[in-house]
Design a protein. Sequence first.
Length: 119
Amino acid sequence: VPLVESGGGAVQPGGSLRLSCSASGFTFSSYTMSWYRQAPGKERELVATITSGGGSTNYADSVKGRFTISRDNAKNMVYLQMNSLQPEDTAEYCCNALRIGAIRRYDYWGQGTQVTVSS
């Protein structure tokens, strides 16, 4: 399994969680990494992206200032620090690895980890 997420769980509004995604079987440092989420009945949403070297990040407007994506290429890990969690953050969170090659797209997905924010 190329990507395995962990760190999800149940938390009260205002709380924090740190998601982790462990990568294996491919050249992690060559891939852009992203976190997506999907809530029941809603479309999948891109939450955050970090470039292969970690020098650039992007966030959905809904999480800016609350979530931070980071990576450790030496450990083949990507993280999502989530602060000030709100009920609307409840979703299954998946990590994605993407590399656009010369002739094909290389795309890996994890199986997801559930985050539930509720009082």
